[in-house]
Design a protein around this ligand. Structure first.
Ligand code: FES
Length: 505
């Protein structure tokens, strides 16, 4: 048995074990391409008895980096005792705040209650006292990132028999958030006696260790749509095993409980006005409230706006270019934190492309004058990055336009476009319109909701009677299937170009 010492902490491992399997036990590893050696982003520093650098490592790492011991975690095998340094990368700016519609206080807990949002990338939680006071908040990266940045990689891992490990790591992370908030609020974790845990359909399947098999193939159905209560202990939460957990109802396989709770937080439904909600993540999930009915859809936008998919993409954390403007034809990037730029996050990508269009360095077809285009050296966008963003942004805008088309309405009929999710809170709506991520006719109607999934979960926690409304809404919602929809296909092709092209809506 060999010993792998990770940041000073020893882990036993059989020689021949892939190093990433050991690092997953510790947590803190991100493997955006699910260990295929394609993204080059699972960098660690290691020394000792390890396998020789693979061809993927030689392709992604310079000779100087390899000499310093930089390796790709997904390509290395343990051969004997070794030491690994895993940079607990600068904290992501995880959005915890969000708008919240007013609630009557009818809590589903007695002493303290917790609302949790299990996002594909991040986890966020809020702790409340019996009088409805917010006592503490906490957040963390979703440790399932060690199985891949996107939902599909994780579903595939679960189907390979790793469902137990995927559930255990996210449950451990939720437990850690609950303990952390209890400590901040100076209560015992066991005092948390009611919880609401929201997330997209796949995240709730993986959290509850429900087989995601039906989510993995056509006709893409969910094994469970939730809207149910169970005990924290039965879900493997040890911080407060006696607590009761409500899992809000999902609409369908790809429109999850995070959308149901976001709709609640944003007060989207139940009014006469027509409203749209969009959550831009690896899946762009969107919903239209019109004429007293809810219609939802989801598009596979890919990870272009989540940081994982682009050559220098990263989450919104220290060193990320998060905003770009132009002055006198020159790009002016803003970097998070007082540190040199390391990459570019979703909001930065949108701004950068809008600015490159303005300076003429990017044309309407998506062709860069020079590739890579330097944004804040070394942060840059390559031609391949731009193509990936084109696919993602046309999928989102085509989804929104198809929802409107199906309802027989157009942009002037819409009172509001509510943008949920952490990414949305940094979004420059004008630039998003400029690159065609959202139809131009909706730019002036954008309302940023922040972490609406978490806010909506908090509402369900504080007023247990809202669960019925929420479930009714999710049950009655219509889901629009986009993959074989000719209207979507047309908007998708049209939306691939930069610039306008959204006229007529
Ligand atoms: S190269 Fe290792 S996860 Fe992508």
């Amino acid at each position: 048995m060999a010993t792998v010492t990770v940041n000073g902490q020893p882990f036993p491992a059989e020689p021949g074990t892939p190093l990433h399997q050991v690092l997953r036990r510790r947590g803190g590893l991100e493997m955006p391409c699910a260990g295929q050696g394609r993204c080059g982003k699972c960098r660690i520093t290691a020394s000792g008895a390890l396998s020789a650098p693979s061809s993927a490592e030689r392709a992604h790492l310079t000779r100087e980096e390899l000499a310093r011991g930089v390796r790709l975690a997904c390509c290395v095998r343990v051969e004997g005792d070794c030491r690994v340094t895993l940079s607990d990368s600068a904290r992501s700016q995880i959005c915890l705040s969000g708008v919240m519609d007013a609630v009557s206080l009818r809590p589903r807990f007695h002493a303290c209650g917790a609302a949790v949002d299990i996002g594909t990338t991040t986890l966020a939680a809020s702790l409340y006292g019996a009088d409805g006071t917010l006592l503490a908040q906490a957040s963390a990266a979703n440790p399932q990132a060690a199985w891949g940045a996107d939902v599909i990689s994780r579903i595939e891992a679960a189907l390979r028999g790793e469902g137990g490990a995927l559930a255990a790591c996210v449950r451990g992370a939720v437990d850690a958030l609950l303990n952390q908030m209890a400590e901040q609020a100076r209560i015992a974790p066991g005092e948390i006696d009611g919880l609401v845990i929201t997330g997209n359909t796949a995240m709730l399947h993986l959290f509850t260790e429900t087989s995601p098999e039906p989510l993995s193939h056509a006709p893409f159905e969910a094994a469970r749509l939730f809207g149910e209560t169970c005990s924290a202990g039965s879900l493997g939460l040890s911080a407060c095993p006696e607590g009761s957990v409500y899992l809000p109802r999902c609409v369908s396989a790809f429109v999850g409980a995070d959308i149901t709770t976001a709709l609640l937080a944003g007060g989207i439904c139940g009014k006469d006005e027509t409203r749209l909600l969009v959550d831009v993540g690896t899946n762009g999930e969107m919903a239209l409230w019109h004429g007293g009915a809810l219609c939802c859809c989801s598009t596979a936008a890919g990870p272009a706006f989540e940081g994982a998919g682009l050559s220098m993409g990263m989450h919104g954390q220290e060193g990320a270019v998060d905003h770009v403007s132009v002055r006198d034809g020159v790009l002016l990037p803003h970097v998070i934190g007082d540190v040199p730029p390391r990459g570019i996050c979703g909001s930065g990508v949108i701004d950068a492309l809008a600015c490159l269009l303005e300076t003429g360095e990017l044309d309407e077809t998506g062709l860069l004058e020079t590739s890579p285009a330097l944004i804040a050296p070394p942060a840059a966008l390559t031609q391949k990055d731009v193509r990936m963003v084109q696919l993602a942004k046309s999928a989102i805008s085509a989804g929104l336009r198809t929802l409107l088309h199906t309802a027989g309405i157009s942009c002037p009929d819409v009172a509001e476009l509510a943008v949920a999710g952490g990414f949305g809170s940094c979004l420059n709506a004008e630039n998003a319109g400029h690159i065609g991520l959202i139809p131009e006719g909706l730019v002036s109607k954008v309302r940023v909701l922040g972490n609406a999934a978490l806010s909506g979960a908090s509402m369900l926690l504080l007023d247990e009677e809202l669960a019925g409304t929420c479930e009714h809404l999710a049950r009655r919602a219509r889901t629009l299937e986009l993959s074989a929809n000719p209207v979507f296909a047309e908007y998708y092709t049209e939306g691939m170009f930069f610039g306008h092209g959204t006229d007529g809506l």
